[in-house]
Design a protein. Structure first.
Length: 217
């Protein structure tokens, strides 16, 4: 069985994330760049097995979505009491139904999606966010002078669209006016370089688009 097939199994995927410190890196990045509090409505795109919901404050309204049936079944079985999980794609129709949201998370998602499809996903994310809402992204990224181990891990990642930080920033700015991208190589146990994106919906445009989409759905 190839490593990519192994990582498709929810329990083994999470074990790998724990071993390399990648899951802990997500939590540290969220602590540094994404304040979350009770009462927030959160959508987790590409939620995988759903372990992140255990680390969110009590009282959040959490929904996780993923295309992988095994991951969603695992999440529903183990974490269904903490939130809602659904299998499927985050498309314009879902954006119209589920918003307005305070936070959208895309942990380890963007590097799995080609530019054109990712541009559509990010536009849908802005539509679904309330004014002042935040899109939080975290992905591996290439960087000059990075560890050879980090580069090897990125070269062999299941995602086929690992980018440099500037490319992630450009894609986010196509849909959001207020964008920060932070490059960190001190978050995981194994040598690894992350690009952390924080994009804010600073205007009412997303809310207006959401209302129009809902009216025609």
């Amino acid at each position: 069985m190839a490593i990519r097939d192994v990582l498709a199994l929810p329990r083994l995927y999470h074990a790998y994330q724990q071993l390399g410190g990648f899951f802990g890196a997500r939590l540290r990045a969220m602590d540094d760049y994404l304040p979350v509090r009770a009462g927030m409505r959160i959508l987790d795109i590409g939620c995988g097995p759903g372990h992140i919901v255990r680390h969110l404050p009590d009282g959040v309204d959490y929904t996780g979505i993923d295309v992988d049936a095994r991951s969603i079944a695992f999440a529903q079985r183990n974490f269904g009491r903490h939130g809602t999980f659904m299998q499927g794609y985050f498309d314009a129709a879902l954006a119209a139904r589920i918003g307005p949201l305070d936070v959208i998370m895309m942990n380890g998602v963007m590097h799995h999606i080609a530019d054109d499809d990712l541009a559509a996903t990010l536009a849908n994310a802005r539509t679904a966010l309330a004014q002042g809402g935040v899109l939080f992204t975290l992905d591996g990224c290439y960087a000059a002078g990075q560890s050879l181990v980090a580069k090897w891990l990125l070269d062999n990642d299941r995602g086929e669209h690992v980018r440099e930080a500037a490319a992630y920033r450009s894609l986010l700015r196509a849909s959001f006016d207020a964008v920060e991208v932070h490059v960190r190589d001190d978050l995981a146990t194994w040598p690894y370089t992350f690009a952390i994106g924080v994009a804010r919906n600073t205007s009412a445009a997303g809310a207006l688009a959401l209302a129009k989409a809902a009216a025609t759905a």
